[in-house]
Design a protein around this ligand. Structure first.
Ligand SMILES: C[S@@+](CC[C@H](N)C(=O)[O-])C[C@H]1O[C@@H](n2cnc3c(N)ncnc32)[C@H](O)[C@@H]1O
Length: 222
């Protein structure tokens, strides 16, 4: 892999994957996008103090880092599961500037990357992390989630991760009031999610994007 670190418009880093010609985050700002899509419209959209969260595409660890920070600030109990088929290498994650921009110790990001895979790790009083090195297509678990952060590469670049089969699995992995959030608001994606039972809510997008999607597991359907 010839991944390169790039700087996005809010000054935060992202990774560019030349094989699929796509960055891990919006060029308009990696932190701004993650805060908006996954923290504001994900974690903080529900006034609860305990969440099981699944992240699809753990990548740089940015979403996990921001969630960890919020969990400590707001005393929210988080059981975080992240799946990733191609873990970011030390030579890349060690350079990422996220912690300095959000006022956290560098060690917090390093710990997210360096803790063991395939086993639950207790990182502090509020945050437990389980990382699984597996393809989303093969992922199964007994855990049910309150929120899914669906942060795969775009449907243009990885269409096999945006199919009805995948979204049916996501639906089944959610608790009855659970929901999925994603930066993507393409019509075909929303229609596919709707077809497997999700209720689709279109929200304003982060800077540079018109819309994003929240998909609710509706209690009327099984
Ligand atoms: C858009 S990037 C986002 C990563 C991450 N959320 C972040 O903030 O850095 C998508 C991620 O999905 C991972 N990925 C690609 N194919 C996958 C697959 N089949 N199963 C699981 N993860 C995959 C990529 O390696 C990449 O880390």
């Amino acid at each position: 892999m010839n991944n390169k670190i790039v700087i996005t418009n809010d000054g935060s880093h992202s990774i560019f994957n030349p094989e699929i010609n796509e960055t891990y985050h919006s060029k308009h700002g990696a932190i701004v996008e993650a805060e908006y899509v996954f923290i504001k419209n994900g974690l903080l959209a529900e006034n609860k103090k305990k969440f099981n969260i699944l992240e699809v595409g753990f990548g740089t660890g940015l979403n996990a880092l921001l969630t960890l920070q919020k969990s400590q600030q707001k005393e929210i109990d988080i059981n975080y599961h992240g799946i990733e088929l191609y873990p970011v290498l030390e030579k890349s994650y060690s350079q990422l500037n996220f912690t300095e921009l959000i006022g956290e110790e560098k060690s917090k990001l390093l710990q997210l990357h360096e803790c063991k895979w395939e086993e639950e790790q207790v990182l502090n009083n509020f945050f437990k992390l389980t990382k699984n090195k597996i393809s989303l297509e093969n992922y199964t678990t007994k855990t049910k989630f309150d929120i899914i952060y669906f942060d795969a590469f775009s449907p243009e670049k990885q269409p096999k991760l945006w199919t009805a089969e995948i979204f049916k699995n996501m639906y089944n992995l959610l608790n009855k009031d659970g929901f999925l959030v994603t930066y993507c608001a393409k019509g075909i994606v929303k229609r596919t999610m709707k077809a497997v039972g999700f209720e689709i809510i279109v929200l304003d997008g982060p800077p540079g994007k018109r819309q994003m999607t929240r998909a609710n597991k509706t209690t009327s359907q099984k």
